[in-house]
Design a binder for this molecule. Structure first.
Ligand SMILES: Cc1cc2nc3c(=O)[nH]c(=O)nc-3n(C[C@H](O)[C@H](O)[C@H](O)COP(=O)(O)O)c2cc1C
Length: 222
């Protein structure tokens, strides 16, 4: 059964093509000195070209036992404090961040064959930033955060429905209600890599590496 499943997956994948479409040009020699500027320019281009959810990124963390974990979150902001996302500090990723304050981020914009990888340290931003981030979300999203015990075991789906209904009511009564564990985290990069796929496999990789507060750029073999 297991072997049959393996064969059928291989067959299913064998005809799929990657990067077999027109892709944007990337000239690494024209890249700016700071990776945040290049990311902003790539992100603007992604939004302009209609890339689906270009702000969705994988966030990888490591648990206390050293086992990596990964999931998708939304990029909320990039500024001097780092590349930011928000989540429940009591979730699995929140606990992992507390145990091991390091993370990697990954973006894949398939319409453009582009990948961006970030590695760095992870920290919680101040409570005021987290409150402002929470209040900037839609009422539905605020209710979901308020209702949730993210990553806890759900013993009965009815409990979720009830908690969401209760949270909707709370938000409606007092739209300024804040979920106390809602937290903005920032990844402060030590390296950021920009990867442009190419139909002839001449993929371009440009890595920015931070050394003593200065960014260095280097090309990598694909
Ligand atoms: C497109 C997309 C965006 C998401 N954005 C977030 C987010 O910004 N914050 C968040 O906590 N979870 C987000 N999630 C849910 C996470 O992937 C994950 O299921 C949840 O945070 C629990 O992860 P954990 O158990 O590792 O803590 C998103 C999921 C998807 C598919």
């Amino acid at each position: 059964m297991r072997d049959n499943a393996a064969v059928s997956i291989r067959e299913l994948l064998s005809d799929l093509r990657v990067f077999d479409r027109p892709l944007p040009r990337f000239a690494p020699e024209e890249a700016p000195p700071h990776p945040d500027s290049l990311f902003a320019s790539w992100l603007r281009q992604a939004v302009r070209d209609g890339v689906t959810e270009p702000h969705a990124m994988s966030l990888s963390t490591v648990d206390a036992g050293g086992l990596p974990d990964t999931r998708i979150v939304l990029l909320r902001e990039i500024d001097d404090r780092g590349w930011q996302f928000s989540t429940d500090a009591e979730s699995a990723k929140g606990r992992q961040a507390a145990d091991r304050p390091a993370a990697a981020l990954g973006f894949y914009w398939r319409e453009q064959g582009r990948q961006v990888r970030v590695r760095g340290t992870l920290s919680r931003l101040d409570p005021e930033t987290s409150r402002a981030d929470f209040l900037s979300k839609s009422p539905g999203s605020r209710a979901a955060s308020l209702a949730g015990r993210q990553s806890a075991v759900l013993t009965d789906p009815a409990h979720l429905i009830q908690a969401l209904a209760d949270a909707d009511e709370v938000i409606e009564r007092d739209p300024r209600t804040i979920a106390g564990s809602h937290t903005v985290y920032a990844v402060v990069p030590v390296s950021v890599e920009f990867w442009q796929g190419d139909s002839r496999r001449r993929h371009v990789r440009l890595r920015y590496r931070k050394e003593r507060d200065t960014w260095h750029k280097e090309l990598l073999w694909p």
